[in-house]
Design a protein around this ligand. Structure first.
Ligand SMILES: Cc1ncc(COP(=O)(O)O)c(C=O)c1O
Length: 504
């Protein structure tokens, strides 16, 4: 009779947990010395791993841990390196890793309040803490109304998940504003809007929700032009909305960005919200994607970007980018829970229970696509309790200060130019055009510089292409995003020295 496999003893678990913690600590201690970008060739790790799963288990896990060091670590790109400046930071911290570990160990599944009340109520409380700390208005929080509030926050996996949730909520609300028998026929008339500089996840959400058949399909998905500072042009949005409404279309969703991916441009929320209200009233959903830059709102001096937030229906940012909380953790708040859950809620008999039926609890399964959900609030709670808001502000200010330093160094060298206004911790820069040089040649020199720099392994930067304003051509630029937990002034200075020495 099969009595099941042999599970690990408590003592063995504690020993191995200690060994894994030591491995992580050693990794952190040595990570800055590793080449930042993975140096392996495609398929190398795949070949080094056996083609089939082992038939017999390995009770000690000794060889498995050795394989982590021998095979896995060398095939990583080191996002936690002090010299990682590509994309946006992907912060972790010891308290968040411990919170994640605890969450895995408790192993609860918080799809309903009833399936683990603590998972829901800790998340509600922590989202209220964080929402208040970044300056969101009360309608976005649960507050004293708790589970009966009309707004509130939830942890989504990513900003992409949040965008899809917001879009379907906007679609639901717009359709509900029509007579029931007109809703199905209205589907092809729904339209969504975001700027040309918005993250691709907004377009992806439109594709998933059936508003775009592919990236090039703009029948129901509009890209609003940007102003010189690369923020959404509210006047252009207003004309698009007017033209669409005049054609009988139904705008249902606008996504504004606070901190665009390419250059951290900040869309003017008050003007964007004003344009929507002026043309369409309050039916279309205004979502605010602050995936990266929203973390900065823990500092009062960076909250000006929230001007107009009261006109928005949802707001999200990723503590897993710049707020010391390991992936995945997107915090999403809405002031219209009813439309969000209206768009998502299906209640089969097997999920019914008395507190849910009484409407006395929050059931987070209705706030996003997945039913099952991890206890992610634990890691955010650990981070908030360990650092306090003071510690979080200090982390943000440190990153912004280092970016200002880097910008100053780049501006002081006549061979370089800063290519976009810096709003926070990202500096877009490039080798300046030489006299008489064609734009493609300047781009090629910058592309080569980036490749030369990254090939040294001593740092890792990424690139983007920024649109030119008016007749000016688009520009290939290097992105220096500062905010990794280990980055200090000496790293930024060393990075600049390497860049300056490689410039030719
Ligand atoms: C502005 C913006 N929105 C959305 C995203 C996508 O984030 P996620 O990986 O959480 O979906 C990014 C990623 O960098 C981003 O910069």
């Amino acid at each position: 009779m099969d009595e099941g496999p042999t599970h690990m003893t408590g003592q063995h678990f504690r020993d191995l947990a200690g060994r894994v913690a030591s491995l992580i600590e050693r990794y952190w201690d040595g990570v800055d010395a590793r080449p930042v970008r993975a140096t392996v060739t495609p398929g190398a790790l795949l070949e080094a791993l056996p083609a089939r799963a082992p038939e017999a288990g390995e009770a000690s896990l000794d060889r498995c841990l050795a394989d982590v060091e021998r095979l896995v670590l060398p095939a990583l790109t080191h996002w936690q390196s002090a010299n990682f400046y590509a994309y946006f930071p992907s912060n972790i911290s010891s308290p968040s890793v411990l919170g994640e570990f605890l969450s895995a160990g408790l192993g609860v599944q918080g799809m309903l309040w009833a399936t683990s009340p603590a998972a829901t109520e800790l998340e509600m409380r922590v989202l209220d803490w964080l929402g208040g700390a970044i300056g969101l208005p009360d309608p976005f929080l649960f507050g004293t109304a708790g589970a009966r509030a009309s707004g509130g926050g939830v942890i989504q996996g990513t900003a992409s998940d949040a965008a899809l949730a917001a879009l379907v909520a906007g679609r639901w609300r717009t359709l509900r504003s029509l007579p029931e028998n007109a809703r199905r026929a209205a589907l092809p008339r729904l339209t969504a809007y975001t700027s040309t500089q918005a993250h691709s996840s907004i377009l992806k959400a439109a594709m998933i929700a059936g508003l775009a058949l592919g990236p090039e399909d703009h029948e129901q998905f509009r890209l609003v032009p940007v102003r010189e500072d690369l923020s959404m042009d509210p006047a252009a949005l207003e004309s698009m909305l007017r033209a669409d409404v005049a054609r009988g279309l139904l705008p249902c969703f606008v996504s504004a960005t606070l901190g665009t991916t390419s250059s951290t441009a900040i869309d003017p929320l008050d003007a964007v919200g004003g344009a929507i209200r002026g043309v369409c009233g309050s039916t279309p959903w205004l979502h605010v994607d602050a995936a990266h830059s929203g973390s900065a709102c823990v500092c009062p001096e960076h909250r000006a970007m929230l001007r107009g937030i009261e006109l928005a229906d949802s707001f999200c940012f990723n503590p897993h980018k710049w707020l010391l909380t390991n992936f995945d953790c997107n915090c999403f708040w809405t002031r219209d829970r009813a439309s969000l859950t209206g768009a998502m809620s299906v209640t089969p008999e097997y999920l019914r229970n008395a507190p849910s039926d009484a409407g006395a609890v929050v059931d987070y399964r209705d706030w996003h696509v997945p039913l099952g959900r991890r206890f992610r609030a634990l890691k955010l709670w650990f981070v908030l309790r360990y650092y306090g808001l003071e510690g979080l502000r200090s982390h943000i200010r440190h990153g912004v200060r280092l970016a200002a330093l880097f910008e100053e160094l780049a501006r002081s060298d006549a061979r370089f130019e800063v290519a976009a206004e810096r709003s926070l911790n990202l500096v877009c820069f490039r080798l300046s055009p030489r006299a008489g040089e064609a734009p493609e040649q300047t781009d090629a020199r910058n592309r080569e510089l980036l490749e030369r720099l990254n090939a040294t392994g001593r740092l890792y930067l990424s690139h983007t292409v920024l649109p030119g304003s008016g007749p000016a051509p688009a520009r290939y630029v290097l992105r220096m995003a500062i905010g990794a937990v280990r980055t200090r002034e000496e790293h930024v200075r060393a990075a600049w020295d390497l860049i300056a020495a490689s410039a030719g």
